[in-house]
Design a protein around this ligand. Sequence first.
Ligand SMILES: [Zn+2]
Length: 118
Amino acid sequence: MEKQTHNVGERVEKFCVTCGEQRGHVVASVTKRGQISRVSCPQCGTRGTYKSGGAGTGSRTASGSGAPYDRTRTYRAGQSLTHPVFGQGEVTAVIEPQKIDVLFSDRMRRLIHARIQA
Ligand SMILES: [Zn+2]
């Protein structure tokens, strides 16, 4: 039935028991067949197994879009933004002073921020 394959770094919706809410998780590992085996919650860092075929709630969290992505801004984990190409995303972590990981609707992407404009 499920022909869909996945890759590490993709985003999936899952209920996080630690956070107590349904939220985007990052695929941490996949099986040889491309099925998700483990995911991690970017908010609390909890890793858990992913059971596919669960309650497929097609409803996306429409909790207002974040402000437009601005590379000169300084972001913090948990902030949401709207990228002109990738769409709405949520900052999951600040990797380096000028690099952030942002979880978009399809996968995680690394963006720059806090870039002082010349
Ligand atoms: Zn969590």
